[in-house]
Design a protein around this ligand. Structure first.
Ligand code: AMP
Length: 279
């Protein structure tokens, strides 16, 4: 596996692959890899001739009071995991490489960026869309892989690819969970033992919602208030939002139906966890 830190070096590797008509799969990450990330890597390896993984903790998607500085990082471990997966190239730029002095250009995906997580993280999706468009222009992938775990992010990036006529197939892959149901996340490492237990209330509330929906319940208010009640019973949990929305517009639905996205964000102590399911 080659570790490439410079944009020109990565672009020249891409040119070589393109000249041989190799298809390129791309998995952007912020590192501190877990099985959720690796599931995307494996999906890419299956679909594309070569796979590029990027590790970049993107400063522009963190708010001033968020965890950019303390975000978990372990490059050696990540590189070892990717080496084992048989990845061709790991792109590992630093912030100066991605945002050199004088940087001025940002991408905004109107409306979608302001809903759900966008409400409590202003500017977050502007940072995400900007860095991903930059990475797309550098890697020029045929396929890009994102996790349903960050459903709003995936929906926004799919919208961006359509709206800006990018010839990139955006693939959204299922949420990978721990054995007890907690959605895997690099931020789970912040949780102490009691918080870890309280964090299970997110997936538990989604399972309960699924049982009710399977039994025929279609009213969002009934489903969402039962979820709220379950989570509110956890003293360590503070709900940011729980919503049932349309998968394309992220607007709240009047009736739950196939394809409705039920998404939630909950603070467990200082850690903000997210989870969701698609009905
Ligand atoms: P991150 O490193 O958190 O920016 O995540 C990089 C990619 O991995 C994103 O597309 C995430 O949605 C995806 N991802 C993170 N956690 C999971 C998970 N538990 N299951 C599936 N995909 C995930």
């Amino acid at each position: 596996m080659k570790v490439i830190k410079s944009i020109p070096a990565l672009k020249s590797a891409v040119r070589r692959w393109k000249s041989k008509n190799r298809t390129i799969g791309f998995v952007p990450t912020m590192g501190y890899l877990h099985e959720g990330h690796l599931s995307l890597v494996r999906a890419s390896k299956k679909k594309a001739d070569v796979t590029v993984v990027s590790i970049f903790v993107n400063p522009t998607q963190f708010g001033p009071k968020e965890d950019f500085r303390t975000y978990p990082r372990d490059f050696e471990r990540d590189a070892g995991l990717l080496e084992k997966e048989g990845i061709a190239v790991l792109f590992y730029p630093d912030a100066e490489e991605m945002y050199p002095g004088g940087y001025k250009t940002y991408v905004e995906i109107y409306d979608l960026q302001d809903k759900l997580c966008g409400r409590s993280r202003p500017g977050h999706f502007r940072g995400v869309s900007t860095v991903v468009l930059k990475l797309f222009n550098i890697v020029r992938p045929d396929y890009a892989f994102f996790g349903q775990k960050d459903a709003q992010q995936a929906i926004i990036l799919r919208r961006m690819a359509r709206d800006l006529d990018l010839d990139i197939c955006v693939e959204i892959m299922p949420i990978v969970r721990e054995a007890d149901g907690l959605a895997m996340s690099s931020r789970n490492t912040y949780l102490g033992p009691d918080e870890r237990k309280a964090g299970l209330s997110l997936s538990r509330s989604l399972r309960q919602a699924k049982t009710r929906i399977d039994a025929g319940e279609r009213r969002p208010d009934v489903i969402l208030s039962a979820m709220k009640e379950m989570i509110a019973a956890e003293p360590l949990a503070m709900i940011d939002y729980i919503e049932a929305v349309d998968m394309d517009t992220l607007e709240p639905v009047k009736e739950i139906s196939e394809g409705t996205l039920i998404a939630l964000a909950v603070f467990i102590g200082k850690t903000r966890l997210i989870d969701n399911m698609i009905v």
